[in-house]
Design a protein around this ligand. Structure first.
Ligand SMILES: Cc1cc2nc3c(=O)[nH]c(=O)nc-3n(C[C@H](O)[C@H](O)[C@H](O)COP(=O)(O)OP(=O)(O)OC[C@H]3O[C@@H](n4cnc5c(N)ncnc54)[C@H](O)[C@@H]3O)c2cc1C
Length: 467
């Protein structure tokens, strides 16, 4: 079994024997997975893993602040119905992973081993286990009735189990800002910058992560200094919007941004998106980023992964024997539908928001971006509704579609009121068409039936195999 950080614990708790093969058991140092949405925290609680965000200097996150053209709006997570500890958490991803590994390692029925899986072992169309290389170069084989493949966004193993259609709309450039404070404490900050958003959130009590989105698959070279030049000349002036909102020390954040660039610890990651497109294969299951990815703008990846683990754990619970691979596969097909409300809501919102929040020379897209900012600033259900979707607290695809088109209609209304003009009608019509062009292809890739009419998918009703 290949590791993913969270799933072994769920299976171990059910008393199963789990063999985790992980390429590198030392603490990862990455710019991914640093903000866990409150919906993801709720899943951690369901898995009994909530203490993994303790003792790592994790910061509570209570919502987002959105900035555009000198204006700002605060979008709080609707947390009033939950226990006091429920909120988002932001942290160093590596510290969180080590806490989960440590917790899994305390259980008696786990074998946690460092090794690189090189291939899946297949016999007569059934995955029987994996071939892997240990730390000291030994080639070994491990057999299991169920192999969970979760080797992340660069997965080499997924091609045997799905038809991957990976899109890379942009890259994130990551920096750590020190000795400064964000204008809204305990909030993620999103600047609707040009050409695309810039994010900030605390990852410890003294550090702020900044992620600068750079559209396309290529970023300026770090080695020849082009990246530092780009960040100083194109991005730093746009960061000043935050400085203006920090009344105590006006240039604090911009200065911290420039010193982070000069310090040179600049990291980049491609932002991949890939709809789930499994080929159900007896003996194996894909999970995590190897299975499904979305733009990281909304920080939804870990929430989807944790939610999938809860769905899988609940499905596997009645089964003591996993050896009948064919009927197990048929039964597990319902996993792909049961995961949809959470996964498709977060995936669709991430893809749609990335497009709406990016600058465009097109008048209709400009209006949509403006309308979205103003709609979210209206407060009440106009801000709490979309934030509840984004945070995984209310994963309902229909609510997402309603809010998305409410933004478009709000945008058209602003164009036509108080005095409709032919130009207003023309741009309004293009706005609706552009909004449809953004959301419908994402929904199509997610699967209309699974997303909106899951009860009509026959696999949902499959009973567990008899054993
Ligand atoms: C720039 C960026 C920022 C992001 N920010 C956020 C965020 O703020 N919040 C959020 O929720 N999500 C975020 N995400 C998404 C999030 O990081 C992923 O959804 C999440 O990490 C997926 O977990 P995973 O276990 O599937 O993959 P990973 O976390 O990548 O883990 C895969 C594991 O498999 C191991 N592995 C790989 N190949 C092999 C092999 N052959 N053999 C053995 N082991 C192997 C790796 O060492 C690794 O430990 C971000 C993504 C990006 C790109």
């Amino acid at each position: 079994m290949v590791e993913n950080c969270e799933s072994p614990f769920a299976l171990l708790q059910d008393g199963r024997r789990v063999h985790v093969i992980e390429r590198d058991l030392t603490e990862p140092d990455r710019i991914v997975g640093e903000l866990l949405q409150p919906g993801g925290y709720l899943k951690l609680i369901e898995l009994g893993l909530q203490d993994c965000v303790e003792e790592i200097d994790a910061q509570r996150v209570l919502g987002y602040a959105l900035m555009k053209d000198g204006k700002s709006t605060r979008l709080s997570y609707p947390l009033d119905k939950f226990e006091e500890d429920v909120a988002g958490r932001s942290f160093h991803n590596g510290r969180f992973i080590q806490r989960m590994r440590g917790k899994a390692a305390t259980l008696p029925n786990i074998r946690l081993e460092q090794g690189t899986v090189t291939s899946l072992l297949e016999e007569d169309g059934v995955i029987k286990g994996v071939q892997y290389k240990t730390k000291d170069g030994q080639e070994l084989k491990a057999y299991a009735p169920l192999t969970i493949v979760c080797d992340g966004c660069f997965s080499n193993l997924r091609r045997n189990l799905c038809t991957p259609k990976v899109d890379v709309p942009s890259c994130f450039v990551g920096l750590i800002l020190e000795n400064c404070q964000l204008p809204f404490a305990n909030h993620g900050h999103v600047i609707l910058a040009d050409p695309s958003p810039i994010l900030f959130y605390p990852i410890s009590s003294t550090e702020i992560r900044c992620l600068v989105d750079v559209p396309g698959q290529k970023v300026p070279s770090i080695g020849n200094g082009e990246m530092a030049k780009y960040l100083k000349n194109n991005v730093a002036p746009q960061v000043s919007i935050l400085s203006k909102l920090t009344f105590q020390l006006p240039s604090e954040l911009q200065d911290a941004f420039i010193s982070a660039v000069e310090k040179g610890n600049i990291r980049t990651m491609p932002n991949r998106s890939m709809p789930a497109n499994p080929q159900p294969t007896p003996g194996a299951l894909l999970m995590g980023d190897a299975f499904n990815m979305r733009h990281p703008l909304t920080g939804g990846g870990m929430t989807v992964a944790l939610s999938d683990i809860v769905v899988l754990r609940d499905l596997l619970k009645p089964l003591r024997d996993l050896r009948d691979a064919a009927s197990l596969t048929q039964y597990l097909e319902s996993f792909y539908t049961l995961r949809k409300p959470v996964a498709s809501t977060i995936n669709t919102l991430a893809g749609a928001l990335y497009k709406v929040f990016s600058a465009s020379p097109d008048e209709a897209r400009k209006e949509m971006r403006e309308a979205c900012f103003d709609y979210l600033s209206l407060g009440g259900v106009c801000s709490s509704g979309p934030v509840a979707l984004l945070s995984g607290l209310n994963p309902r695809p229909m609510s997402l579609v309603l809010h998305f088109f409410a933004v478009a209609i709000y945008g058209v209304g602003r164009l036509l009121l108080p005095f409709p003009s032919p130009k207003g009608f023309w741009i309004g019509a293009r706005l609706i068409s552009s909004a449809s062009g953004i959301i419908f292809p994402i929904i199509k890739a997610e699967g209309v039936r699974q997303m909106f009419f899951p009860a009509t998918v026959p696999a949902v009703y499959r009973p567990p195999p008899l054993n």
